[in-house]
Write a protein that binds this ligand. Structure first.
Ligand SMILES: *Cc1c(COP(=O)(O)O)cnc(C)c1O
Length: 390
């Protein structure tokens, strides 16, 4: 058998460390903060990076290595580093690569904490960010200056489920010699592999669909080995590493990523179709609905539509709040990508502190509801949404 030709699911299941003397079938948990050396020379060579081995679990650990190796195979990357959370991945990746005076061009619609980092913290170190409107991709190049180092985007976006053309971003990054960083959290490598379209680095919150069961926080960045090495050196100093326990949990979760995603997406499409014909709903956004403005791009770059459905409830802010209050089965929770369906109303909750204009700038209208469709029986999910709408 040619290992180069293994399929996605096989890689997710069979990528494994060497077995220990006990010949365990399932990878054991290596709860150890450090590793031992044979002698002074072994220790010197290891610290000098002349040897590829575990030294201290802030640097690497068998469980984090196995998790990273799997994500690399799934994303088509050759190197990576695992983080304690998705935000640790986003922050450390950018902080390792940027210096004072550098500039980021980012899609306007990014995860809330990433947005905060760009506008409230990076400027303290003289790193500025310009936002392009995801619905006007033809304007992206106009934001690029001589100082621009990074092109950053998420697709699908949170919470409005807009789609950005990754091939276009790849071409722009290449033309202007920028590092293209894609937050691939909403799609996962099963649905979309940004490296194929020219991304240099892919970051993930593994907390979401990768774990998929709402248990642990985690993050990971994979991609170009030279860039990853810089991120590794920064991270082994600053300490955002993933714990071996969480890595072990996440690595197990990846074994079922494909089969979970198939069902998540099947359920989400049914929920989207149900909402689209509902009289209390103004409009539904789901990448694999023909009515999605970027349907063609979604078809090109995604295998399935993902598990997030956004819709606009008639009646705005009040209607959104009432809808949440009537929900019975689904959860009101800030997480997403869980087996349990989660509904959120950003305008009255996560984004309530923003002005209407600020909200609109990130595509959050008063009536926008986000559903992270889970793995319950789909008729039960739909029945709960239906009773809460009526
Ligand atoms: C949740 C999320 C993050 C942050 O991940 P944490 O694990 O919560 O730190 C980053 N990007 C996107 C798109 C997310 O949904």
């Amino acid at each position: 058998m040619n290992e180069e030709e293994f399929g996605f699911e096989t890689e997710a299941i069979r990528t494994q460390l060497e077995r220990t003397q006990y010949l365990e079938h399932s990878v054991p948990l290596y709860l150890t903060s450090s590793f031992v050396f044979e002698d002074a020379e072994d220790m010197r060579a290891s610290f000098a990076e002349e040897k590829d081995r575990n030294i201290y679990s802030r640097y690497s650990n068998p469980n984090t290595n196995e998790f990273v190796e799997k994500v690399c195979k799934m994303e088509g990357a050759t190197a990576g580093f695992a983080f304690a959370s998705g935000m640790a991945a986003v922050y450390s990746t950018l902080a390792a690569l940027l210096k004072s005076g550098d500039h980021i061009v980012s899609s306007s619609s990014v995860f809330g904490a990433t947005h905060s980092l760009f506008v409230n913290y990076f400027p303290k170190w003289n790193i500025q960010t310009s936002y392009f409107d995801i619905n006007k991709p033809e304007t992206i190049e106009s934001f690029i200056t001589a100082d621009t180092k990074i092109l950053f985007a998420e697709s699908p976006t949170n919470p409005a489920v807009d789609i950005i053309d990754l091939e276009l971003l790849g071409n722009i990054a290449k033309k202007h010699n920028l590092i293209l960083v894609i937050d691939n959290c909403f799609a996962t490598p099963y649905l979309q592999q940004p490296i194929k379209w020219g991304a240099h680095l892919v970051v993930h919150s593994a907390t979401k669909l990768m774990d998929g069961q709402g248990r642990v926080l985690g993050g990971v960045t994979v991609g170009d080995p030279e860039l990853i090495h810089k991120i590794y050196l920064f991270s082994r100093l600053t300490g955002p590493s993933l714990s071996p326990f969480n890595a072990w949990v996440l690595s197990k979760s990846l074994e079922t990523l494909a089969i979970r995603l198939d069902r998540h997406c099947e359920n989400a499409l049914k929920v989207a179709e149900f909402l689209e014909q509902h009289p209390k709903v103004n409009r539904v956004k789901y990448p694999f609905l023909k009515s999605h403005p970027q349907y063609e791009i979604a078809q090109k770059q995604m295998k399935l539509g993902g598990n997030i459905v956004a819709f606009e409830i008639k009646g705005g802010l009040e209607a959104g709040r009432n809808f949440l209050d009537k929900i019975k089965l689904c959860s009101l929770s800030p997480n997403l990508g869980d087996t349990r369906t989660i509904v959120t109303h950003p305008a009255s909750t996560t984004h309530s502190k923003l002005s209407v204009d600020e909200r609109l700038a990130v595509s959050i209208t008063d009536g926008l509801v986000r559903v992270s469709v889970g793995l319950e029986t789909v008729k039960d999910i739909i029945a709960d949404l239906d009773q809460a709408l009526s």
